[in-house]
Design a protein around this ligand. Sequence first.
Ligand code: CA
Length: 534
Amino acid sequence: MKPATTLTALCAATTAISALQPFSPSALCSDAPRPNIVIIIADDLGYGDLGCYGAKPRNIPTPNIDRLAAQSLRFTTGYATSATCTPSRYSLLTGEYAWRKKVHILNGDAALILDPARPTLASFLKTAGYTTALVGKWHLGIGNGRSTLDFNTEIKPGPLETGFDTAFFIPATVDRVPCVFIDGHRVANLDPADPIAVSYGKKIPGSDPLGSDHPELLKYRANSQHNKTIVNGISRIGYMSGGQTARWVDEDIAATLTKHATDFIATNAANQKPFFLYLGTHDPHVPRWPAARFRGKSGVGIRGDAIMQFDWTVGEVLAALERAGVAQNTLLIITSDNGPILDDGYDDGATQANGDHKPAGGLRGWKYQRYEGGTRVPLIVNWPARITPGVSDAMVSLMDLYPSFAAILNRPYPAKAGRDGMDVSDALLGKTKTSPRTSIVQDGMGNVLALRDGDWKFIPANARKTADKSKRDDKPKNENEGSGANTGSGTRVAEDLLFNLATDPAETKNLAAKNPQKLAELRAKLDAIRNTTK
Ligand SMILES: [Ca+2]
């Protein structure tokens, strides 16, 4: 089907679509079409980790996503706003650069950082008539922060107060306590007789053994940040006790989340209302311990196994959409919250097994960093009823999804929503090969910023130039350097860096000295964006 270009054509198209679905054609024609929207956001999946982005099948086979990509618009220049989880997800749901609010990586007992008074992407879609669901990784905080979070009582505010009708979620990350799912306002499967205690400070009396004291109990060893309470043979960041019946089992997490996602699709496909599903997978974030059927199956060790599991999840969601008869009119997006990393605190063998795989697809840098590998991510956009398959080089950011969805639905973008996202809907739908977005600020760990502007990339110095090479990061690195565990390595730069990505996509040739004018221009532009009150 060709993209509809006029309202009449649109109504004809949606009437045809509605023959397959229970939506009322008159309701659709009185407004813009309302596709179901599904965002599957992987955790730390790199630009080069999927077959359709260059991964070799002998390293990591991703047949489900590759097949989907062939029927989709695949973006080569899609960006998360930040090189770490929490800021990136904040931007996606708010349309605002996270560094404006100094957003950083949150612990499992951190307060909600979204303002319930400001419409999120989820609450916007809810207002537009969608049934909205969060499944999986949240990492945007829960509770009001005025008192210590008690996981044995109602936990709010959280996703339900910021636009989701239902939420079955991992509060922070799987490497952080508490190692439980939250269902709505309550920890799922909690036995009140075995209450949960959580601490990121002192050890809790009576807590389970620690990785630092009992390495013999571990599936694999961890660094000092990750060597606290052992749950399921894996030590975590932070201490917890209790909640034994509620604790997740790492090898079952993907199946549990996938089941919740596909059940939501099956339940809501027959409804009159369209649905919005935000599925945040754990894969391939650390700790990596996928289901037994994936372990040892990739050519690059356990990280590749976890990516195979992610591919399986995507395949299951696709199958659920098709089974329910809604695939044609579902806008499905596959992406990642930030770039890849091999060693992120656990000795799981990912670095040693990586071989010739390029997690960032040849881009420089990793998670945490301002180089392209930190924030440029896979972005696959599928909507069979409206999008012609292909490859697009248009620059788009995940924080553009919110205003773009508003444009697609022909509804005003909320006044209180973030002002950094742009309407790139024509690029997302493949109507144009270019994007109104020509620049993007890239946010490394610690809210250190860089600017991509057209083909140019500027990374301002943020460290003293020193003879100590261990503290320098202004030299080209090989693919594995800088893959350090939560150290923020590679975020310090001792000289201003200026690259031309058209001729040097791997950011190897610093042109700052040769192009002082361009350097000054980008510095001024970055300062202007940074200093704009939005
Ligand atoms: Ca992440």
